[in-house]
Design a protein. Sequence first.
Length: 85
Amino acid sequence: MAAIKGSLALLGLALVHWRLGSPVSGKVAAAYMACVWVLFAASTLVWQLAFIPAAAILFHAGELCALVLAWREGSRFVRLGRQSR
C-alpha cells in the first residue's frame, strides 16, 4: 500500500511540475506544493506503519485538496477564455 501511495504521490508531483510550467500565482503554486508534500508525508507514515488512520486521512485530504484546486483553477481559465473572445 505504501508503494501504491508513493507512486500516486510521484504522479501528483509530475502533474504539479507540468502545471507549474505555465504562469500561475504564488498562492496557487504554494497550495499545489503543499498538497503534494502532504501526499508524500502520508506515504511515509504508511511506509513506516505509523499512525495509519491519520496517514489515510492526510493522504485523501491532500488528494482532494489538489483535485479541488485544479478544478477551481480550470473553471477560472474557462471564464478567462470566454472574456477574451
